[in-house]
Write a protein that binds this ligand. Structure first.
Ligand code: SF4
Length: 430
């Protein structure tokens, strides 16, 4: 039986813990928070997302999520038209009518999110009051919540943060005498969630809940005995709301790659008093499988340079994984926001001297990228095509959010997401 040979990086003051960060404020090129609906509507299977927005908003989510022909989608847009914008119609009365119609037609909906957008913010439509009014009208059959996915000064993964934060006040309170329970926070693909449940059970941690849940009614109680493990790095507001309810955040890097996944699980193991032997027994086989998969990918990635534009907030954990487990050289790691507390473990593991940037001034960053000519660029869709045309190899940041990449069994797939574009370009050049 092999043992875990990665150190658990708790309070390691090294790497990039205290590294300077280039802060940029300028034009940024990212999707808005509505994008989160694409993965959230798949996760919470009895929820519905009603965007209160414009035709542009409708077009964005429909084209990004793909048009479903055989299944009725669990998202839609209530279009704010010229009459609403001109104040000629009562937008609240219109919204009530649309919601009543929708709920009558779709009785399977148990949780309805009213999702704010740039247009609803511009006309100052108070969606929180609308949600309370509609909740009172349609409860107990349906709860109505609201959050903003507006693109004004937000990045696309913040939509999930806003959505989950809106659910926290509705979670039941866990009594102080309740046994310690683990709450994994952040949307994970069902297949990844199932793998983690198996691993936690093998470690002897039986009381595990996931947030968001697959069904709206599966509400995890929260209180001082809740131990919270973040599965995604973009959940600052959600974590804060859960901590305010008494949940204790477990310090850990994010579960990307063998190292991140091991340390993430180890953090829970320590909090729940799992013995070293039981931990090693649970993780040794999947660790070995993941290492073998990574060794195959490393042949293509070792020594290659990579440049991250700020987009998903996954950049720092990805950079840590690519540099430490696959030998890639980090030219610049950009992130839309740097949450020092949530990123402490990750920063400690980044190679010392890594260039970090927060926020975006897209022109300046493009200049730096062009000057460095990295082997690969991770960026949004809007930048990928022009950079490809300039001969650079790109990876769409959004693909990394849509694809199951967390955990041991996905480590090889995650590495392959980076090898594929490089191999394709080599073939084209041959
Ligand atoms: S919310 Fe704003 S940025 Fe997003 S699609 Fe609608 S108008 Fe565009």
């Amino acid at each position: 039986m092999s043992t875990v040979d990665f150190p658990v990086p708790v309070k390691v003051a090294s790497g990039c813990s205290d590294a300077p960060v280039l802060r940029e404020r300028g034009q940024h090129e990212v999707f808005c928070g509505l994008t989160g609906i694409i993965w959230l509507h798949r996760k919470i299977q009895d929820a519905f997302f009603l965007v209160v927005g414009s035709r542009t908003c409708a077009h964005l989510i429909q084209s990004a999520a793909g048009v479903m022909i055989f299944a009725e989608p669990r998202f839609a847009t209530a279009i704010i038209d010229e009459r609403d914008l001109a104040g000629l119609a009562d937008a609240n009365a219109e919204l009530d009518r649309v919601v009543t119609q929708l709920l009558a037609r779709r009785p399977e909906i148990k949780l309805l999110f009213l999702v704010g957008s740039c247009p609803s913010e511009v006309i100052k439509l108070d969606l929180s009051r609308a949600a309370s009014r509609l909740s009172a009208q349609h409860s107990p059959a349906v709860r109505v919540l609201n959050y903003s996915g507006s693109g004004i000064e937000t990045t696309f993964t913040q939509g999930e943060d806003a959505c989950l934060a809106s659910m926290v006040p509705g979670l039941p309170a866990a009594t102080a005498d309740r046994q310690q329970e683990l709450l994994v926070v952040g949307t994970l693909a069902d297949v990844v969630e199932d793998q983690f449940i198996r691993l936690f059970h093998e470690m002897g941690i039986e009381r595990v809940r996931f947030f968001p849940p697959r069904r709206a009614s599966d509400q995890a109680p929260v209180g001082p005995n809740t131990r919270m493990l973040l599965a995604q790095p973009f959940l600052a507001d959600t974590a804060r709301a859960l901590q305010a309810r008494g949940a204790v955040l477990l310090a850990a890097p994010f579960p990307l790659g063998v190292e991140g996944t091991t340390a993430w699980l180890q953090s829970a193991a320590t909090a729940f008093g799992v013995s070293d032997q039981q931990f090693a027994a649970a993780v040794s086989a999947p660790t070995a499988r993941a290492r073998a998969a990574l060794a195959r990918a490393k042949i293509h990635l070792d020594g290659k340079s990579i440049f991250f534009f700020p987009d998903s907030q996954l950049e720092i954990p990805l950079a840590r994984f690519l540099s430490r487990e696959l030998g890639m050289r980090l030219i610049e790691v950009g992130t839309p926001y740097l949450h020092r507390q949530h990123m402490a473990q990750e920063l400690a593991l980044l190679p010392a001297g890594t260039a970090l940037s927060e926020g975006q001034h897209v022109e300046n960053q493009l200049d730096r990228c062009r000057a460095a000519r990295p082997d690969m660029v991770v960026c949004g869709l809007g930048l990928a095509n022009p950079l490809e045309a300039e001969g650079m190899t790109t990876k769409w940041a959004i693909e990394l959010v849509f694809t199951p990449i967390q955990g041991f069994d996905q480590a090889g797939d995650l590495a392959e997401l980076f090898t594929r574009p490089l191999v394709r370009r080599l073939r084209l050049a041959a």
